[in-house]
Design a protein around this ligand. Structure first.
Ligand code: DC
Length: 219
């Protein structure tokens, strides 16, 4: 089996990145970093402090002083946090203040792990441009909105289908059109559209790609 040291996994929200990253981490024994949770933690702390996510100076300060406990906030996955995180993610100083931490994780995996997988929006393009494997997992807006709608329903919420789609479209637009590190497949990335694939099929297709392109690494 090949043993990639760094896997970069990018794509829009609800394309299946999180589930695939966890499965790949297990399969290849890698440490996993969900980089979206860093932006979510910044966005959430700003809301909790009653501040405006568009306040660039304050957002940059929060990003510079992020604490591990901020990543455990129970509101990290709420819709309000999603929108706020997407706003702060467009602020260059916020991205700059989160960059070193992500690169450090990639360079020095936590004890017991020989490699890492980072998932996000700019991992293959900005954070780890030298990654052994670059993946871009996407799906149509409709397919992703439907997945998110069902997730919310399964969690006991009472979502409105149209609102879920509109909110996702506005976040996609902001994440893709921002000037700094917009959502883009890295050059040479394996692009996988999961609109019509279940998780097992998507996972198998990524593993087949990795096995066909990555050189074995000596332990
Ligand atoms: O993956 P997610 O939905 O948890 O990400 C939350 C927000 O953070 C998303 O709107 C875009 C931003 N983000 C980013 O700009 N760069 C990353 N590497 C990860 C997330």
């Amino acid at each position: 089996m090949v043993r990639p040291r760094v896997i970069a996994l990018d794509g829009p929200s609800a394309a299946g990145k999180g589930t695939l990253a966890r499965r790949l981490a297990e399969h290849y024994d890698l440490a996993h970093l969900d980089t979206g949770s860093l932006y979510r933690a910044v966005g959430r702390r700003i809301l909790r402090d009653g501040r405006d996510p568009k306040d660039t100076k304050y957002a940059a300060e929060v990003a510079a002083s992020l604490q591990p406990v901020d990543l455990t906030d129970p509101e990290l996955r709420s819709e309000a946090t999603s929108q706020s995180s997407s706003i702060v993610a467009a602020i260059p100083a916020v991205r700059a203040n989160l960059l070193a931490w992500q690169r450090e994780f990639a360079k020095n995996p936590p004890p017991g792990k020989q490699g890492v997988i980072l998932d996000g929006r700019d991992i293959g393009t900005v954070i780890c441009p030298d990654a052994d494997v670059k993946l871009f997992v996407t799906a149509s807006l409709e397919a992703r909105a439907e997945r998110r709608f069902r997730e919310l329903q399964a969690a006991g919420a009472n979502p409105i289908r149209r609102a879920v789609l509109d909110e996702m479209a506005s976040r996609d637009k902001r994440d893709s059109e921002r000037a700094t590190a917009p959502l883009l497949p890295a050059p040479g990335a394996f692009v996988l559209d999961t609109s019509a694939l279940d998780v097992d099929a998507a996972f198998d297709s990524i593993v087949a790609f990795i096995e066909s392109t990555t050189r074995p690494r000596r332990a």
